[in-house]
Design a protein around this ligand. Structure first.
Ligand SMILES: [Zn+2]
Length: 600
């Protein structure tokens, strides 16, 4: 039972309560650079679906392009389409509570200004972060100052997860994120149709203010400037620190990002740790139990709200069943001996769920989520020893070329599969051809054509972006990015996290013959850390004695940040062997923000 294109409920809900558009839908930095352009995205998805876009994705693209200030219910407003995520505004006794201030300060400020133009110049009385992902806190400095005294409310362990998820593997995630977000693609029939979860992410100023109020348990109630809120914590769902909450007076339920109008990711294509669909489903069931009888509207930090108790129950129970179904069926099959790839091929969501638009994989997909569940339980190895020690891509490619009778023959075979429409195998063969002979324009052309056609056929927005980014880089090369991972959040890292970021850049083979030690004394927190380099490894641990070290460094946490960011030693005192820090830094590597993906 396919979903019904004639059903316009989602469009009606996406436009319900419109107060005003953001006009123009272009948000700029102080220096004029555009950080967000929803108008360009909206124009790119107008009209009939072109034959280069999956019709279901085209529909989702049109829905996510809808932008403006909306009344959710009396006293609760949302600005949608001002970033990848939604900002929600809840009117309180003396002002307005902000839920999830978008990715960039510029976007959050523009959204707040649009709200104030229509609802009065209300001061911000509190900020709530629903969870620890950057599209829900990064723009906080657009709604309050860094030294604000208003409460900042978040689920417990928020800070730990907000900074840790993107730190250690940050550069790789950033580069892979360019693919899944379609960073270099123009919106439109031949480019990106957004991310399914929303349009695109903004590229303005990112910041973070640490929470001052922790939500630690379900049932916890807070009265925030006269507004009563009942919380449900949902750790380990869409984010490791996340929460839903209910406004009893407004009869409104905030679902954070636990239930949105798509099948979400259990493992994003930019890379992450696998989420737990079992827990996710159970928390949605608990949400229905806790608030299902009282909520007249449910809204989230992506997509449009759902109104009406019956509709909310249906929506939540289908979302609940969706994650549970993928989990249970994957486990059933893997216990029958299916590998992830095999299970992904045979699992389809049941017809009644498939008939609902919000279960479709615009962001997550059944295919990659099932493989993620396999990975969560059993890991990368599929159990077949023939796959235990495979050659890496380039070495394998050379052998495939030999098998085909030369690299040219391999390209020719790939083109045959492309012509037959077996795009999946054409991609596999053409990728071997590119890795066997990276200089071959013919090989790159066949692979680019194949990936382009895969992109045009994909219902999933992030799959489309990945395929089309691959095609683009094969044709035009890599467009270098000046971005670096998590630079806006370094100030929130602990000493251990900062030292770890040095340790994971040590070039092990080069450092293997060097031994050194540093005692770090932080005067602003009266802590000592002993750091030692031995066997190509840089370890550290807090110490309560003051052991002998080659070098002793006396400093503050901000001075460590400055040292790591710019090499500044201002205000830092040292005693002992002054060459130690220079030696240490000479043994580190710089991450490559532009590493090759579709070529060796
Ligand atoms: Zn989000």
């Amino acid at each position: 039972m396919p979903a019904d294109f004639a059903d316009r409920t989602d469009f009606d809900n996406a436009e319900r309560g419109l107060i005003a558009r953001l006009e123009p839908g272009v948000i700029r930095r102080a220096d004029g650079r555009v950080v967000y352009d929803i108008d360009k995205f909206g124009q790119a998805v107008q009209g009939e679906c072109p034959d280069t876009v999956h019709p279901s994705l085209w529909r989702q693209g049109q829905l996510t392009a809808i932008q403006g200030l909306y009344e959710v219910t009396g006293g609760i407003y949302q600005v949608r389409g001002a970033d990848l995520s939604n900002i929600t505004l809840v009117e309180s006794d003396h002002g307005v509570i902000v839920i999830d201030p978008l990715i960039s300060a510029e976007c959050a400020a523009a959204a707040l200004a649009l709200y104030r133009a229509h609802r009065g110049d209300r001061p911000v009385t509190a900020v709530i972060y629903t969870h620890s992902h950057i599209d829900h806190f990064g723009g906080v400095l657009g709604v309050v100052d860094a030294d604000t005294s208003v409460p900042i409310i978040a689920p417990e362990h928020f800070m730990e997860h907000a900074v840790s998820e993107n730190v250690y593997a940050g550069s790789a995630m950033l580069r892979r994120g360019m693919y899944y977000g379609g960073a270099a693609l123009r919106p439109g029939p031949h480019g990106t149709i957004g991310m399914g979860l929303g349009p695109r992410g903004s590229t303005g100023s990112v910041g973070l203010i640490a929470p001052t109020v922790d939500i630690i348990k379900t049932g916890q109630e807070e009265v925030i400037d006269g507004v009563r809120v009942v919380f449900q914590i949902t750790p380990g769902t869409e984010a490791p620190a996340e929460m839903n909450f209910f406004f009893p007076a407004q009869r409104a339920l905030c679902l954070a990002e636990n239930a949105t109008h798509n099948l979400h990711n259990l493992l994003t294509l930019r890379g992450a740790q696998v989420r737990d669909p079992r827990i996710w489903s159970r928390y949605i069931a608990e949400t229905v139990e806790l608030f299902g009888d009282d909520a007249d509207v449910a809204f989230a930090s992506h997509h449009w709200p759902t109104w009406g108790q019956d509709n909310i129950r249906t929506f939540l129970s289908q979302q609940r069943d969706l994650y549970a179904y993928l989990h249970d069926q994957t486990l059933r099959l893997l216990n029958l001996g299916y590998t992830g790839a095999e299970a992904a091929e045979v699992i389809a969501v049941p017809p009644a769920l498939e008939a609902a638009w919000h279960t479709h994989g615009y962001y997550g997909s059944v295919s990659h989520n099932v493989k993620a569940i396999y990975q969560r339980y059993l890991g990368w190895y599929d159990g077949n020893p023939a796959h235990l020690w495979l050659h890496p891509p380039q070495a394998a490619a050379e052998r495939y070329a030999r098998l085909a009778g030369g690299a040219d023959q391999l390209v020719a075979r790939a083109r045959e599969f492309l012509d037959e429409g077996d795009l999946r195998f054409a991609a596999e063969l053409a990728s071997h051809a590119v890795f066997a002979d990276p200089e071959s324009a013919e090989a790159k052309d066949v692979l680019a054509q194949t990936l382009q056609r895969l992109g045009y056929g994909a219902e999933n927005a992030t799959w489309r972006n990945c395929f089309l980014m691959g095609a683009r880089e094969l044709r035009d090369g890599i467009a270098p990015t000046g971005l670096t991972a998590s630079s806006g959040m370094a100030g929130a890292l602990t000493v251990t996290q900062l030292f770890d970021t040095i340790a994971i850049r040590i070039d092990g083979p080069r450092a293997a013959g060097t031994a050194l030690s540093v005692l770090w004394h932080f005067t602003d927190r009266d802590e000592h850390y002993l750091m030692e380099l031995s066997n190509g490894v840089l370890i550290h641990h807090p110490t309560r004695h003051a052991p002998q070290a080659d070098l002793t460094v006396t400093l503050t946490h901000p001075q460590l940040l400055a040292l790591l960011a710019t090499g500044s030693v201002e205000g830092i005192e040292t005693s002992g062997d002054q060459s130690v820090l220079g030696t240490l830094m000479s043994l580190t590597d710089e991450p490559d923000p532009n590493f090759a993906i579709v070529t060796p």
